[in-house]
Design a binder for this molecule. Structure first.
Ligand code: TYD
Ligand code: MG
Length: 448
């Protein structure tokens, strides 16, 4: 029988299978296998990989006590929000992935490091734009650093060579999807290319101690070849998020070997680049809606930071047989559950009403501590009665209609009072006076 020249590769995790399969046995994703030509594994190509520009491996084991660490050596980007997400600035030799949808501002953010810390020697490898376009952007951002080198190159060998001769403090690869190795037949941006190139940058960062940022595009579905398959290779995964209709951007650490994961930095995209938002709560709440029924302020945690956001509910008489339930920025199933609890445990019936729930500012509220505020907003709109002024709500709602405690209550309460909220309704417990049942919270917030 003739030997097959094709194999199948999972677009999610890169698993190779000799046969097509509906479910990937490695990552469990459906319909991710696509046909590709078998890669010839010549000894030459393997050797080449190890030898590229002096990245060969040393293979002597060392005693733990003899291993040298560079823990002390961090350097700052001078962008406080970025430093914080990194765990206190860049670590020498760290390998960082910044992922995000096209247009969210990844190139802008990385280029801005050259402005905020002009002392850093930065080698910016641009595969997405021409040097001229980068210059235009740099002018818009008012980057004037003499230490910024723009390198319009996507051939990985040349980038590695240049990085080793220049020895920059920071190597930026924009983006990993444009870089390629000539030894591979697949197109730049294919899983194969992305994986191979990312592995070489990893060696560069670790062996030559060059701090490296690779930028990767992710689509809404997160299924573009790239970021997903290289998350395990890098030390830190930062995700840059933002809604096109709003100016704020969140930089989230999804993984961090050298700092806190789930930390968040907040930025606003302005005319001349990203500006830091050091008090994000002020960004998400407005005083225009105070006194309007259906508007409640909740305090969620983003990383280690409390953040106040506004929940808006609109409950109207239903004109169809089946009432509508729409949730924007909130899990719809969670909304259905809370409606059921309100009906069963507090006696508010929504069955003849359409319910629309919206989290203001395009924000996504996933923290269960937002439950109480959502319930209060729903009842407020149902009764068309405004919530008491200057109130904020914290607490998870249980199926029994009880208000359950959530982590960091003290911190959340502090943030709310700092912003001028007088009545902060939160769960009772541990020397904290608060509400125990949903019914009581509703009375306190709306009915008195
Ligand atoms: P960009 O950094 O090119 O995004 P990415 O690299 O993630 O694809 O950012 C592109 C968007 O940001 C673009 O829509 C224009 C906007 N922008 C500003 O609003 N202000 C600015 O100063 C800059 C440089 C970009
Ligand atoms: Mg870009």
């Amino acid at each position: 029988m003739a030997k097959s020249t094709v194999e199948y590769e999972c677009s999610n995790c890169g698993y190779i299978s000799p046969k097509w399969a509906g479910v990937c046995p490695s990552c469990g994703e459906w319909n991710t296998f696509s046909e590709k030509l078998k890669q010839k594994k010549s000894a030459k190509a393997e050797d080449h990989k190890a030898n590229i520009a002096g990245l060969e491996t040393s293979s002597e084991p060392q005693k733990l006590s003899e291993v040298e660490t560079s823990e002390k050596s961090r350097f700052t980007s001078n962008i406080a929000e970025l430093d914080r997400v990194l765990g206190g600035g860049f670590l020498h030799g760290a390998y960082i992935l910044i992922g995000g949808e096209p247009g969210v501002g990844k190139s802008t953010l990385t280029l801005q490091i050259a402005k905020s810390n002009p002392g850093l020697k930065i080698l910016y490898c641009a595969g997405e734009e021409s040097a001229g376009q980068i210059k235009q952007r740099a002018q818009r951002l008012k980057v004037e650093s003499e230490n910024l080198l723009i390198f319009n190159e996507t051939h990985i060998d040349k980038i590695l060579e240049q990085a080793q001769s220049e020895q920059p403090d920071l190597l930026i690869v924009d983006s990993i999807q444009t870089v390629y190795r000539t030894e591979l037949s697949s197109m730049p941006g294919s899983i194969q290319q992305v994986k191979e190139c990312a592995a070489l940058f990893q060696q560069l960062a670790k062996k030559k101690n060059i701090t490296t940022i690779v930028i990767g595009h992710v689509t809404k579905e997160g299924d573009i070849a790239g970021p997903r398959v290289l998350e395990h290779m890098v030390d830190t995964v930062l995700q840059f998020e933002g809604d096109k209709n709003y100016t704020y951007r969140l930089l989230r650490s999804l993984k961090n070997r050298f700092g806190p994961a789930q930390e968040v930095g907040v930025f606003e995209m302005m005319e001349h680049g990203l500006s830091e938002v050091s008090n994000p709560s002020e960004l998400f709440i407005s005083d225009k809606t105070e006194g309007v029924s259906g508007n409640a302020v909740v305090c969620t945690m983003e990383g280690s930071r409390p953040l106040l956001i506004e929940v808006q509910a609109l409950v109207t008489g239903s004109s169809y047989g089946t009432p509508q339930r729409t949730a924007n920025g909130f899990d719809r199933n969670r909304l259905l559950l809370l409606l059921a609890v309100l009906e069963k445990r507090a006696g508010f019936n929504f069955s003849n009403h359409d319910v629309y729930l919206n989290i203001a500012g395009g924000f996504r509220l996933g923290d269960p501590a937002g439950d109480l505020g959502v319930c209060i907003a729903l009842v407020s709109s149902l009764l068309d009665k405004a919530i008491q002024k200057q109130s904020a709500f914290i607490g998870e709602v249980g199926l029994g209609g009880e208000i359950r405690t959530v982590p960091h209550i003290e911190q959340r309460r502090k943030e709310a009072s700092k912003l001028g909220f007088k009545q902060i309704v939160s769960p009772s417990g541990k020397g904290l006076e608060g509400v125990t049942y949903l019914r009581d919270a509703i009375k306190k917030a709306i009915l008195n």
